[in-house]
Design a binder for this molecule. Sequence first.
Ligand code: ZN
Ligand code: ZN
Ligand code: ZN
Length: 376
Amino acid sequence: MEAVTDPSVGDALAARAARVRDAMQQVGVDALLLSLGADLPWLTGYTAMPLERLTMLVLPADGDATLVVPGLEAPRVAEHPGLFSVLPWAETDDPVAIVAGLVGRRVTLGISDRCWATFLLQLQARLPEASWLAASTVTSPIRAVKDAAEIAALRRAGAAADRVAAQLVAGEIPLIGRTEAEVSADIGRRLRAEGHDKVNFAIVGSGPNSASPHHEAGRRVIGAGESVVCDFGGTMAGYCSDITRTVWTGGAGPASQFRDLYAVLQAAQAAAVDGATVGTPCEDVDGIARRIISDGGYGDAFIHRTGHGIGLEEHEDPYLVGGNCTALVPGHAFSIEPGIYLAGEYGARIEDIVVAADAGPDALNAVDHDLAVVDA
Ligand code: ZN
Ligand code: ZN
Ligand code: ZN
């Protein structure tokens, strides 16, 4: 992960590892086995490539951590003394046997949610006494609460996405007469130009397609007098951005029903941001947006949860959804993105990333939320 250049990074990683070991004791996990997914870079600064060759951090609750890594990948590992040792394996070695040897007699093992099944099956054959659970049982509640360095990284990524969204609402990104796919590619180029290392998605849904929340930008040519939902984000120094703005193309402006729909949506989004205070259960933040949209007459048209956590991954805990009674704590980072979708007609969504803080909800996106009518 390119982010690991700062000397304080080792300290941050050590603090995370200490919290993980505490949680392992509480949950009763003897060792974590971390492979693909965000847990490994979060704890080591190293991202495993999705290869047929096994990379796995063996992190025992009661001993030193070891990163088992293919020999040819080892030069990419930035070492942090005291955190873990690096154990490269050669092409003729059996990495599963090496991991099993490091696990030893430990029986309750947490394995990366995204570790390939083939490695889990081979490990289960080698370690018949072991019982297995998802590593996220231990890591996810901790990863959901961002430390200062992570919040700073999310803020930088959010500001970069904001600069692209500002271009959109100012009419600097041509829409009318271009296909959704062309606009999507343009937004992607702009995300990179503003500092993202990678574009994760750039949804552009125009006209009736704006009523499909995860519409894939396609060959439809955007016309005048349409709603266009643009939801885009990327990764910058390891951390994700994610923003949505909806614009209307054409000077005459939208029909009165769309203005009404948008006003309800804007009020719901703003109220949910304001309501995302420390101590509030996640489902209550969802409830704030849902009640306003229902009272406005569009309850059946709000067909997804209000938001998702964000960090090293685009979607992670905590989810702002009915049934999640987790109370927000300082450092929780998540989207607030209600939408209203009238099938066959049009839809709208507004999304910001917010960090829960003692001083009140800290919105990382600030681009104007009013409905922008763009003549571009
Ligand atoms: Zn989404
Ligand atoms: Zn989004
Ligand atoms: Zn989102």
